[in-house]
Design a protein. Structure first.
Length: 125
């Protein structure tokens, strides 16, 4: 069972860490402002759906830490992955730049955009 008072403290820590007000936090995770207000006041307990939305919107938050305070915030493992993604990629060699310049006389025939739900949109010239 979740300790609501401690959960509220952890939620406030998350909001402070990201510099979010209750209103902006609610908007980012896709819930009504009243949901955040009721949870932070202790009136309501967080639902599983609420917690999943928080974790989905803020991947640095560790589920175990959010539930019972054990672990780290932000999660060191997830934070390491985020830092690796943020590491700048080395510049391409001049031979790749030359190839790009050679494509200048080409025209785009087709663009396909793939969406996360598995659907796609095809654009043809």
């Amino acid at each position: 069972m979740i300790n609501t008072e401690d959960f509220i403290k952890r939620m406030r820590k998350v909001m402070d860490y990201y510099g979010e007000s209750a209103s902006s936090f609610a908007e980012k995770i896709g819930v009504q402002r009243s949901s955040i207000s009721h949870i932070l006041s202790g009136r309501n307990k967080p639902s599983l759906d609420f917690i999943l939305k928080v974790l989905s919107s803020f991947p640095e938050i560790d589920l175990y830490w959010l539930f019972n305070g054990k672990g780290n915030f932000p999660s060191e493992e997830k934070n390491k992955i985020v830092e690796e993604v943020k590491t700048p990629v080395e510049e391409k060699t001049t031979s790749n730049q030359f190839k790009i310049e050679n494509l200048a006389d080409k025209t785009i025939e087709r663009i396909v955009i793939f969406y996360s739900d598995g659907s796609f949109k095809n654009f043809q010239n």
